[in-house]
Design a protein. Structure first.
Length: 269
């Protein structure tokens, strides 16, 4: 191994350790007994580690229900976002150059609109459509691609596809949907994985939407559960960090399970 590669490997290890330190602190702190104050000195593990805090979060709140609600939201939002944003990106890439520039400017302008400016409008719209207090109020942005940024990501990926491939597909009799499924998605796989990850993180950590557009407690998601625990016991840090570990464990587990997909995407890019 050359000195350059060795230096890069060591640098990656150092960065990984630094990034994992907050997660390690969160896990170890969640193992402190209930009511025991946190140490004022550097201490990796408590003297009497316990998993009682994880049992307490399920006793205080229906964490199982909140977890299923969050999984339902991301399970609906991620596929819808991928389909809509890839369709929109493909459509933009097939327009003329002047039209492409106009839509890019519009997308960038929409990105600059603060989310708080849309709260009241969305509330009235969801009430009119009958989506208020339903899961569809939480995944409604997915029907518009969730964010113009995701559409622009697919637009950039589709522009790199040679026009000859679209012409060949048209000559072979492939329609728009067939071309999208057989050519666009395989060739923009890396972009699709990136958009899926960003969409998952966006909806998994969304706290404002459940708070504004839901009124039934059984339909709340995990971010609302974390805020509820903080209101119940502000000084019980081990309890709140146990809930944070539970909320974080599922995305980490999914990320580890999808590592083969990420590896194939990187090799194919």
């Amino acid at each position: 191994m050359s000195s350059r590669r060795m230096f890069i490997t060591l640098l990656r290890i150092v960065v990984a350790i630094i990034l994992l330190l907050p997660l390690l602190f969160m896990v170890t702190t969640s193992l402190y007994p209930p009511g025991e104050p946190l140490p004022t000195t550097l201490q990796l593990l408590p003297q009497r580690p316990t998993f009682a805090n994880y049992q307490r979060i399920f006793d205080l709140l229906p964490m199982g229900r909140y977890t299923l609600n969050s999984l339902l939201v991301v399970g609906l939002a991620v596929p819808i976002t991928l389909v809509v944003s890839s369709w929109a990106g493909l459509g933009m890439a097939r327009l003329s150059r002047p039209a492409q520039r106009r839509w890019i400017v519009i997308s960038l302008a929409v990105l600059m609109v603060p989310g708080i400016a849309l709260w009241s409008t969305r509330f009235l719209l969801y009430r009119t459509l009958g989506w208020y207090d339903t899961v569809w109020a939480l995944v409604a942005p997915a029907w518009m691609g969730t964010s113009p940024f995701y559409i622009l990501m697919f637009y950039r990926a589709c522009r790199r596809i040679p026009s000859a491939m679209f012409d060949a597909a048209q000559i072979d009799g492939a329609g728009v949907l067939r071309t999208w499924w057989s050519i666009i998605l395989p060739m923009t796989r890396t972009t699709a994985v990136g958009v899926a990850l960003l969409t998952f993180v966006f909806y998994w950590g969304d706290f404002i939407s459940p708070l504004l557009y839901l009124r039934t407690g059984d339909k709340y998601t995990l971010p609302v559960a974390l805020q509820t625990l903080q209101q119940l016991s502000r000084s019980d840090w081990s309890l709140m960090l146990a809930a944070a570990v539970w909320t974080t464990a599922i995305p980490i587990l999914l990320f580890l399970l999808l590592q083969p997909v990420f590896s194939r995407s990187q090799k194919g890019s």
